[in-house]
Ligand binder design. Sequence first.
Ligand code: NI
Ligand code: MN
Length: 224
Amino acid sequence: MSPTLTFHGHSAFILSDGEITIAIDPFFSGNPAATISAEEVSCTHIALTHGHEDHFGDTLEIAKKNDATVVAAYEIINYLAEHDHHIGEPGNPGGRIQLSDDAWIAFTHAFHSSSYQGRYMGMPCGLVIHLGGKTVYHCGDTDLFSDLELIGELYKPDVALIPIGDRYTMGPKLASKAADLIGAPVVVPIHYNTWPPIEVDVKEFAPSNAEVKVLQSGDSIRFD
Ligand code: NI
Ligand code: MN
């Protein structure tokens, strides 16, 4: 079944094909843009770009409640094991993890940092997720880098989720260039306007070729 991608504000999404449901960067508690609570999340997997609080979010609670497999950097999986969640698939940039015969998650580079409560949480990553015959590239928190073009060439994502909020990631101008390099036909701006320090004008996100889909929290993209 072709998947549905639902935005939950900031950098959080739920991607589901009806069998596999992946909560990506499941930050609900304390997320001013979230329209559902962590208790309402039902998933088989959790995928994390990095360990910062606005991405790690409610991972521990949701993972335990759902017996969900967490796909994340090696150091994050170790952290979870120390906190009594033992179902994890650790990885690092370049690696790909198979979830089923035709579903997988690959880790890419992201230029950022990754820590949680003062602890090093491994490399920050982007995630390429292939599910239900479609490919979604969640860039994570990152600067612009020229290998985005290579990632686009290798994985040919149907949609790219690109941070545009400035300060901690690319702002809209650099993010527009990132979209051009990735070359996905559809791009979704993320990681902006959640709080005043990352307020930007989304209209400044204007890639040359891609269709920009501005999602409100709770909105979905249904792939055909
Ligand atoms: Ni971050
Ligand atoms: Mn962030």
